[in-house]
Design a protein around this ligand. Sequence first.
Ligand code: SF4
Length: 365
Amino acid sequence: MNWIESFRDKEIVENLLKKIEYHILPDKEYKIMEICGTHTVSISRSGLRYILPKSVRLISGPGCPVCVTAQGEIDAVFELLKNNKNLTIAVYGDLIRVPGSDGKSLLDYRGNGYKVKIIHSVLDILKYAQHSNDEIVFVSIGFETTTPQTAFLILEAFKKDINNLSILVFNKTMPEVIDVLLSDENLQIDGFLCPGHVSAVTGDELYLPMVRRGKAAAISGFEPVDVLYGILSIIEQVNNKEFKIVNNYKRVVKGEKNKVAFELINNVFEPSDAIWRGIGLIKNSGLKIKKGYQQYDAIKRYGIKFPDYSEKKGCRCGDVLKGYITPDECELFGVVCTADNPYGPCMVSSEGTCAAYYQFGGRFE
Ligand code: SF4
């Protein structure tokens, strides 16, 4: 068995399940939230919801960057494109399929002759901007993991004196939304499966508010064995009422902040309020470009206004992202909204909860 296979090994999984079963207390329901889209997909793909004891309830939170981008922000991208036919919009993959309020996606616009480019890294944009006369707007989404790359893009564009590029910054930050989740009386989460990727940048201090408020925290990787170890340590913390940040992902997360990444972010961005789909405005949970680099701010360059933040009629993505409902509780799930014909972003994104439930199934009760 190679090293990575050991994290998917059937025997280890069965042993961990036995340990979890041994530790769960009768009449206690353990509500565990994952706040990372990769965890959501990994849990669904490996069928963990089906094989865990019923009293262990895994709830998906607002961890998918495409999904938490507000409808008004998505619609503003379409307006920008419609009003500037010669503009090129650059996006990371999934964003191209997210429907606007009128049902059309960037993919549809591209089919109608508008310039929409999928990029795989910010280096693609730099190269494109250097060799093109087009005005390019990069729609930047993501959390602490991807924000340093956008900061790097802006710094490089500045150094290379690239002037045909600007950025729509929809990036969001984790600490403030964690605070919202902790304060939400409807949720009453016992513990959090903390995102491995984000933790590699933020370090584990991001989760101190959780343990200070009597919640368990386990930083986990994304293989079934990683996730089960995380769940086991959350159950142990809850039973013992001893809350601490357990790092089960030491092969990647070293516990400290990534100073280089934060230096990049802080050079270019400052905190700003942000609207999260379904949650609404969260103070200081977004970023805006600092004064010295404002020539790269697409909002300023094009005078972009954000029309309306309400969700598409019938789509309950917001409630899914808050962990209030599972996708099957949305009446459109699997009927009007499918992977081939997504109605809301939670079905579009490869990290979306609705997409994960649709593709791999959930534990519908
Ligand atoms: Fe929105 Fe579709 Fe999910 Fe319903 S199933 S919440 S319409 S994305």
